[in-house]
Design a protein around this ligand. Structure first.
Ligand SMILES: Cc1cc2nc3c(=O)[nH]c(=O)nc-3n(C[C@H](O)[C@H](O)[C@H](O)COP(=O)(O)OP(=O)(O)OC[C@H]3O[C@@H](n4cnc5c(N)ncnc54)[C@H](O)[C@@H]3O)c2cc1C
Length: 592
């Protein structure tokens, strides 16, 4: 049958989103979960209307504040008037329901707003994002009606600004090791003691979501709502930072703070789950911000390259400058496609999107840092000067691979979570094989599922209802992912068989798996978006398809390199080098 984008879209539209399945988890099994990827989601009509007005207002407002934003960056603090102006614009009520006085934006629309603030100033995005993405998100996700009724109206107006208090001096990536503790009192209230560090909005917040241990040492933690005005709550001075300098970052201390029983957030002992759910759900804010930053940098760098003349012509005519602009555009399109696909999963109640959230965060945060580097390079000497708009984003975006989970921890999370179900399935297979004659039906069921999957992967038949129906150019892109996803599954099987549970310690290998999976997820989102644009946007659709093609080819080279390195690598030698440097405590050579 001759296949057109229209028929592809029709087939795709007829396949409902599988809320109890994760695209990322399927990848580790060698499957592309097409119905959760195609067609590329549309933004809600309601959001589209609201967004137009907000985005224009933000643009106008932040453009008028450019001089102030530079002052805040230099002095390391946003003025009280500026924070008041953010309140007046409704930027603290973005994701709070209209019934509480907020705007009730979807996750996708919220990410779009943060893209717009980040296009001007990342510190503003952190002030707004620390409030919504993480500060009050726990209340939205786990709060009871009484808690919501009490706090959401004040949070929506910005009368109360929110902050998320998890990190401590001894508990960074290892967030479960917090020492802050809350002891239950006879009347059901809690006595809270401890200190949190590097809390965004720490010094301007009235509402803290605090994580504290509610059992003894090593026991479980719980989440609490704590008001800044309560006796025993204090915050430290404003930290002097490399970037996002205007945003407020402080310690927050709790000394014998009495927290009423009704301020427990979610279930007692489930605090870690609450913290992870907040961070996962909030990751579109960070991703949206990264995309907004990239768009601004592409615009600036393109203008700079057209204006600047060297060797008698504008530098945009030189291949090495053109390559940078094209690559930033490919990266931006890919990050945007992945972030808004994730927002779609969150907005449509997909049960587990935590791996997709981690993958989008890693990709978008690194892509915007590459864009900072390359756009500054295009502006070169000018780019290095403070008066030009490149050095501030270069400093500001550095935080994106550190907070809300470092990119190292998130890569490990992607790989280990993906492998978890593969491990269980291999375990089942082994079990079924050993009992196959005792319980042939059970054994056959497991075996046939596994064998079918393997057969499908070998022949390519049966997996690709939508992927076979793409236009010829995008079909080539799809075949790259069909091939690569099987390699990810094979690599996962191989590594699990080789290391068993010890796989958790094989970080070099886990990073390779994570990077393959990230390329696959981001690439498939890019493909899906290009397929939709090819149909709906005659002006830019063909170029979107070309971008999907470029991304796929580049991803294929990275994937092939990672697959090869699983077997042939220098890991053992790298280990020895670190051992030597760690033992010496320094680089031991000099030329004389
Ligand atoms: C400006 C700023 C704002 C922040 N805002 C907030 C906030 O609002 N609320 C809040 O609770 N926290 C906040 N944080 C804290 C932030 O989330 C942490 O900095 C982050 O989680 C990392 O912790 P750490 O800095 O202690 O690094 P560490 O955990 O000490 O990690 C150091 C390095 O070791 C790596 N590493 C650690 N463990 C492993 C491992 N098992 N395997 C491999 N590599 C590993 C890390 O990736 C990193 O590269 C903020 C931090 C900053 C700088």
């Amino acid at each position: 049958m001759a296949v057109t984008p229209e028929t592809a879209a029709t087939a795709a539209a007829s396949m409902p989103l599988q809320r109890d399945h994760s695209v990322a988890k399927h990848l580790f099994f060698g499957d592309i979960l097409e119905q959760n990827l195609f067609p590329y989601p549309q933004i809600r009509a309601k959001d589209r209307e609201t967004l137009g007005a907000i985005v224009d207002a933000i643009d106008e407002f932040l453009r008028s504040k450019e001089k102030d934003l530079r002052t805040f960056d230099r002095e390391g603090e946003q003025s009280a008037d500026y924070v008041q102006a953010l309140r007046d614009m409704g930027l603290f009520g973005l994701i709070i329901g209209e019934e509480y006085g907020g705007l009730g934006l979807s996750n996708g629309a919220y990410a779009r707003v943060l893209a717009q603030t980040s296009a001007h100033d990342s510190a503003t995005s952190v002030t707004v994002g620390a409030h919504s993405s993480i500060g009050l998100k726990g209340l939205l996700l786990f709060g009871n009606e009484a808690q919501k009724a009490k706090y959401l109206p004040k949070l929506a107006s910005g009368e109360m600004i929110a902050a998320f208090c998890l990190t401590e001096s001894g508990a960074g990536s290892d967030a479960a090791s917090v020492k802050t503790h809350a002891k239950k009192q006879a009347d059901g209230s809690w006595l809270l003691n401890g200190e949190k560090i590097w809390i965004s909005n720490g010094g301007i917040a009235g509402f803290y979501t605090v994580f504290a241990r509610t059992e003894g040492e090593g026991g479980k933690m719980s989440a609490f709502i704590v008001e800044a005005g309560w006796p025993g709550v204090s915050h430290g001075h404003h930290e002097d930072k490399l970037g996002i300098r205007g945003s407020n970052t402080t310690t927050v201390a709790f000394s014998d703070v009495r927290v009423p029983a009704e301020c427990l957030l979610g279930e007692e002992g489930k605090g870690f789950k609450v913290a992870m759910a907040i961070l996962n759900n909030g990751r579109t804010g960070l991703g949206g911000g990264a995309v907004g930053g990239m768009k601004a940098l592409i615009r600036l760098a393109t203008q700079q390259a057209k204006d600047r003349k060297q060797f008698g012509k504008p530098i945009i005519e030189f291949g090495l400058v053109r390559e940078k602009i094209a690559q930033m555009t490919v990266d931006c399109f890919a990050a945007e496609s992945a972030v808004w696909m994730l927002a779609h999963y969150i907005d449509h109640d997909v049960e587990d999107y935590s791996i997709e959230a981690a993958m989008s965060k890693v990709f978008a945060s690194e892509a915007v840092q590459r864009a900072c580097y390359e756009s500054l390079q295009i502006a070169a000497g000018n780019g290095f000067m403070k008066e030009y708009p490149y050095e501030r984003p270069t400093r500001d975006t550095r935080i994106l691979s550190i907070f809300e989970g470092t990119n190292e921890i998130l890569r490990l999370y992607v790989a280990l979570s993906g492998l978890k179900d593969v491990g269980a399935s291999l375990g089942n297979l082994k079990e079924a094989l050993s009992h196959i004659f005792d319980d042939p039906i059970k054994g056959f069921g497991v075996l046939s599922g596994y064998a079918n999957r393997r057969a499908r992967q070998r022949t390519g038949f049966g997996t690709d209802r939508i992927l076979t129906q793409l236009s010829p150019d995008l079909r080539k892109v799809a075949s790259i992912y069909e091939k690569s996803v099987v390699e990810l599954a094979n690599a996962s099987d191989t590594l699990l068989k080789k290391y068993g549970k010890r796989i958790a310690d094989q970080q070099y290998q886990l990073k390779r798996l994570a990077d393959i999976a990230i390329d696959l997820y981001v690439g498939l989102c890019t493909l899906s978006r290009a397929a939709s644009l090819e149909k709906s946007d005659p002006r830019h659709g063909p170029m979107a398809a070309s971008i999907a093609y470029v991304f796929a080819k580049q991803a294929r080279r990275r994937i092939a390199r990672n697959v090869r390195a699983i077997d042939v690598n220098e890991d053992a030698r790298l280990e020895k080098i670190t051992e030597m440097v760690a033992n010496e405590g320094r680089y031991p050579w000099d030329v004389f």
